[in-house]
Design a protein around this ligand. Structure first.
Ligand SMILES: NC(=O)c1ccc[n+]([C@@H]2O[C@H](COP(=O)([O-])OP(=O)(O)OC[C@H]3O[C@@H](n4cnc5c(N)ncnc54)[C@H](O)[C@@H]3O)[C@@H](O)[C@H]2O)c1
Length: 274
């Protein structure tokens, strides 16, 4: 039987896929294990080069380079490097994000609002635009996966305001691009993670007593699987969406959230008898 998940001969870009990060790193390695060649732009040059080294160790071509994907000139340079080294693109995974200091909306500084939207939303547009132009010229379709968040569909409070707004923008960017380019075989989908145990999450949050005593039980009460997620759990859903197994799927916002978005705020997976 044909392997529906095979990605050999495909060239992918995973933004923010540097080894210092969490989800993008796992996705870049996952795509490479399925056969894809992977370009890894990241503001962390050492992390990008490390991921590329790990991918080459799997026997795939890879290029890791420093790039701030929120900056139009740097995105143009990234795609020029792609053209030179690989000559095509089949898969784009938009994954980068930033999160400003947690303040209430009334105290939010305009520059933090602007920076959040630039990294979390503008970069997704800039990279998608460059990728789509090339996919159209190649005439063989393509797949774009945007890493959104549960925060794009429901409000989280506690200083998530600009982040959540940017992610709701990612959701609608996904649907609009899917509708615009379905006719040319370019599929555009999004993934909505809940809280993931990335290296930065572990370093910043797991050591915080307030998180462990108060916030973690609240988070887990909203996640029917009753656990935080691992970065590696995002490779499979992205491979699926980029592969022929998902050839009829476009414009979808796929929660990879342990059931979080399925659960009503008034509901709970904890029985009084537990
Ligand atoms: N970790 C979670 O709990 C969680 C939950 C929901 C959604 N998400 C989403 O998943 C995606 C990945 O998150 P993560 O937790 O793995 O992040 P991370 O911080 O572990 O990694 C992000 C990577 O992106 C890079 N980066 C940041 N800004 C960049 C820029 N302007 N240009 C290029 N590279 C840049 C960083 O250097 C880093 O390598 C994000 O879109 C995030 O919103 C994460």
């Amino acid at each position: 039987m044909t392997n529906l998940f095979d990605l050999h001969d495909k060239v992918a870009i995973v933004t923010g896929g540097g080894a210092g990060g969490g989800i993008g790193h796992a996705i870049a390695l996952g795509l490479a294990r399925q056969g894809a060649e992977v370009v890894v732009p990241d503001i962390d040059q050492a992390g990008a080069e490390q991921t590329a080294k790990e991918i080459r160790a799997l026997g795939r071509r890879s290029l890791g380079l420093r790039c701030d994907v929120s900056q139009p000139g740097e995105v143009e340079a990234l795609f020029a490097a792609l053209d030179r080294e690989f000559g095509r693109i089949d898969i784009l995974v938009n994954n980068v994000y930033t999160f400003p200091s947690r303040v209430r909306p009334a105290e939010l500084r305009l520059e933090d609002w602007e920076q959040t939207l630039a990294v979390n939303l503008r970069s997704y547009f800039l990279c998608a635009q460059q990728a789509i132009r090339r996919m159209l010229a190649q005439g063989q379709g393509g797949s774009i996966v945007n890493i959104s968040s549960i925060a794009g569909s429901s409000a989280l409070g506690r200083g998530n305001f600009p982040y959540s707004v940017s992610k709701s923008g990612v959701n609608q960017l996904t649907r609009e691009l899917a509708v615009e380019y379905a006719g040319q075989g370019i599929r555009v989908n999004a993934i909505q993670p809940a809280q993931v145990l990335t290296p930065s999450f572990k370093a910043k949050v797991l050591t915080n007593p307030v998180f462990n005593e108060k916030l973690k039980p609240r988070l887990l009460a909203g996640i029917p699987l009753n656990r935080l997620l691992e970065p590696e759990e995002f490779a499979g859903p992205v491979i699926f969406l980029c592969s022929d197994a998902a050839s009829a799927i476009t414009g979808v916002l796929l929660p990879v959230d342990g059931g979080n978005l399925a659960l009503n705020a008034g509901g709970n997976h904890i029985w009084p008898t537990d």
